[in-house]
Design a protein around this ligand. Structure first.
Ligand SMILES: Nc1ncnc2c1ncn2[C@@H]1O[C@H](COP(=O)(O)OP(=O)(O)OP(=O)(O)O)[C@@H](O)[C@H]1O
Ligand SMILES: Cc1cn([C@H]2C[C@H](O)[C@@H](COP(=O)(O)O)O2)c(=O)[nH]c1=O
Length: 243
């Protein structure tokens, strides 16, 4: 496993590190995560656990899927789950809370867990949706959404925001999905990029930018490996029902 200097779990097993990989559609989150897993595998190291990506989830077999399926249906297939009620749709945080809940046993057992799109995606995307024309209000709301999140689940120990030229990222997603992005979607994603950068600037200890214009895939995976290895897991917050 990726070495994890740790906070204790109370059981003698060092706690694992929770890492989120963030960034706009097509930027390469899944690609780089797979390259990281391949590298761990080729070195004979235990692979991090990966929380299933959103687009692969269907059905209602658990609470997280049921919530996502309901949001998708209410949004009529919109890529960003917009059904016209953005404040209610920030319910996406409930899915992220559920994801953390399901990751907790692996973290307690000392595994590194990778969350593809964590709370920072919800903060950036929902803030961009809620304030389409007001950058300052959007930044404020993104910060508030993250703060609200921590009442229900901890933020990842390390958040890596993958960045690239937006057109390059969207071309990749277009080629992959055979679905172009509308002008409205491109505007939303442009704002999401700026909000991701804002969130990175305001929390430099926890959040890192990985710029694909600067780092080729080999260098990007090496950086990811190094950042994960040097992240100290934070002790878990007491559960809400702890009294
Ligand atoms: N360096 C690369 N070389 C070749 N193909 C790449 C590279 N980086 C990304 N891709 C391809 O580009 C497409 C988009 O990348 P990927 O699926 O990893 O993006 P993503 O950030 O996970 O996107 P989304 O959030 O939309 O799921 C994929 O088909 C992926 O295989
Ligand atoms: C968590 C979250 C996701 N979305 C959107 C963004 C993407 O279009 C899809 C997820 O696709 P992926 O291939 O699994 O990355 O869902 C969103 O709009 N808001 C969110 O909080």
């Amino acid at each position: 496993m990726i070495p994890s200097p740790t906070a204790g779990t109370g059981t003698g097993t060092p706690r694992g590190t929770l890492v989120s990989i963030e960034g706009v559609n097509g930027v390469g989150k899944t690609y780089l995560t797979h390259r990281l897993l391949e590298q761990m595998n080729s070195r004979g190291l235990p692979a991090p656990r990966v929380i299933e990506e959103f687009s692969a989830r269907t059905g209602t077999t658990d609470l997280g899927r049921a919530l996502l399926t309901a949001l998708r249906a209410a949004a009529g297939g919109d890529y960003f789950l917009r059904g016209g009620h953005p404040r209610s749709e920030t319910l996406l945080l409930a899915i992220k809370t559920h994801d953390h809940h399901t990751a907790e046993p692996a973290l307690r057992a000392g595994h590194t867990v990778i969350e593809g799109r964590g709370p920072h995606t919800t903060a950036a995307y929902q803030a961009a949706i809620l304030h389409p024309d007001d950058d300052t209000a959007a930044e404020h709301t993104a910060t508030r959404i993250l703060a609200e999140t921590t009442r229900w689940r901890p933020l990842p120990d390390l958040t890596v925001i993958v960045t690239d030229d937006l057109d390059t990222a969207l071309d990749r997603a277009h080629t992959r999905d055979r679905r172009p992005f509308s002008a409205d979607e491109q505007r939303l994603l442009n704002r999401a990029v700026r909000l991701f950068e804002h969130l990175a600037t305001t929390d430099p200890d926890r959040v890192r930018l990985l710029d694909r214009r600067v780092h080729n895939p080999v260098a990007a995976v090496a950086l990811l490996t190094e950042w994960i290895a040097h992240t100290t897991p934070r002790p878990p917050a007491p559960p809400l029902d702890a009294g």
